[in-house]
Design a protein around this ligand. Structure first.
Ligand SMILES: *[C@@H]1O[C@H](CO)[C@@H](O)[C@H](O)[C@H]1NC(C)=O
Ligand SMILES: *[C@@H]1O[C@H](CO)[C@@H](O)[C@H](O)[C@H]1NC(C)=O
Ligand SMILES: *[C@@H]1O[C@H](CO)[C@@H](O)[C@H](O)[C@H]1NC(C)=O
Length: 372
């Protein structure tokens, strides 16, 4: 009997070591404490409110999100009352769960010719009323399609959505020399296509080149409202990028024939790029705050070599990449997941306390043994 009690006491001591050890590990891992959970972030924001918040529920009907972020949690800073973002897309035809439940209208896209026969079903299954089609078909590194073939695919697989009242966005060509000729050939081959609006992309330095391009497109297709579905100032000077964003947003907000725009884009730092909206930890940087009208309520720091830098999700830039549904929750600097329970940690406090506890445990079972 006393032996059992002694053993039980020893076991209790061991358990206390393990718990201590766990707490100790957590506190010596800085990122763990800097990383609010989803629920605590949500609670904080609703409890305290955001001082700089825009008027509740006021969204900018034109301003959208090109979601190229690395982690599902990266949507959380945009999915908040203060954010003025009203729509989003991620170059895919179905929203992953974290975008579908984000309260931001998702616009599906038929990126290229892949799986195009399933597009109508995907659009109808999610009840979408607007779609985007063919991402940079004039560019070999993107959808890379022949304009005549694209017209044929359009009539077979995109046009049928018209009967369900879906608004159809035309092919989004690049602003490079290949873009407008491609579009002309496409329209020539697709006299029957019902295109409701024209998405375009632009990258460059300075507002004047951007405005010239907008007006060139508008003068060529005056009937079609324009969606700028990717654009950014590629200057190395972050002050210039910020003021470019500031000016162009107001310019497009005021321009009647611009229906929507999406800055490229929502992602974390990438080498040589100065137009990302997120910081290394997923929080909003100065561009992100200006663009969304919100402040950071959530960060999730990832330090792992396989996630270093820029990585696209759900087919953005990498069309054949499988749909990502699960992501690493948290990784240590070495890339290993921290174990939940660490038995006899190697740091000095753990070792000292473990030794003391073992001694006391042994001593007590010894005492009981002797007394009995
Ligand atoms: C977005 O916010 C709403 C509350 O405003 C919440 O119900 C929803 O779960 C959030 N979505 C995600 C993906 O966190
Ligand atoms: C960035 O641009 C601003 C405004 O044009 C200018 O004042 C500043 O000197 C530039 N910074 C650098 C590092 O070139
Ligand atoms: C944006 O432009 C407005 C009007 O010119 C100005 O008041 C504001 O400071 C600018 N914001 C940034 C971040 O440049």
């Amino acid at each position: 009997m006393p032996v059992t009690v002694g053993v039980a006491v020893a076991i209790l001591y061991f358990l206390s070591i393990f718990s201590f050890d766990h707490g100790c590990m957590a506190s010596t891992t800085p990122s763990a404490t800097e990383r609010p959970t989803r629920t605590s972030a949500a609670r904080t924001s609703s409890a305290t409110g955001t001082p700089t918040a825009a008027v509740a529920g006021r969204k900018n009907p034109k301003r959208g999100l090109a979601f190229a972020a690395e982690l599902p949690g990266d949507i959380l800073n945009v999915n908040q009352t203060a954010s003025v973002i009203s729509w989003q897309y991620d170059w895919a035809n179905l929203p992953p769960a974290y975008l579908a439940t984000s309260n931001i209208k998702y616009i599906p896209m038929q990126w290229g010719s892949g799986s195009i026969d399933r597009f109508v079903d995907a659009v109808r299954a999610q009840g979408a009323d607007t779609i985007l089609a063919f991402n940079e078909p004039d560019f070999v590194n993107e959808a890379n399609m022949d304009p005549t073939e694209a017209a044929r695919l359009w009539m077979a697989y995109i046009e049928p959505l018209k009967q369900y009242g879906v608004r159809l966005g035309g092919p989004a060509v690049t602003a490079a020399g290949t873009g407008r000729p491609w579009l002309q050939q496409f329209f020539a081959a697709c006299g029957e296509c019902s295109i409701d609006f024209l998405p375009i992309h632009w990258y460059g330095v300075g507002t004047s080149g951007f405005y010239d391009y907008l007006w060139t497109i508008h003068n060529e297709y005056p009937r079609l409202p324009v969606w700028v579905t990717e654009y950014a100032d590629t200057s190395d000077n972050e002050t210039e990028v910020l003021s470019f964003m500031n000016e162009t947003m107001r310019y497009m907000d005021d321009l009647e024939w611009i229906e929507r725009y999406a800055w490229f884009g929502l992602f974390r730092p990438k080498s040589g790029v100065h137009y990302n909206l997120l910081r290394e930890d997923g929080g909003l940087n100065a561009l992100g705050e200006l663009y969304t009208g919100a402040k950071t309520v959530y960060t999730q720091y990832i330090k792992d070599t396989t996630f270093e830098g820029y990585k696209t999700v759900d087919g953005a830039d990498i069309p054949n990449q499988p749909l990502v549904t699960s992501w690493p929750v948290y990784m240590t600097a070495s890339g290993a997941r921290p174990s939940r329970w660490v038995i006899l940690g190697t740091d000095t406090p753990s070792l000292v306390i473990s030794l003391v506890a073992i001694s006391i445990g042994s001593l007590m079972s010894g005492v009981y043994w002797t007394v009995w």
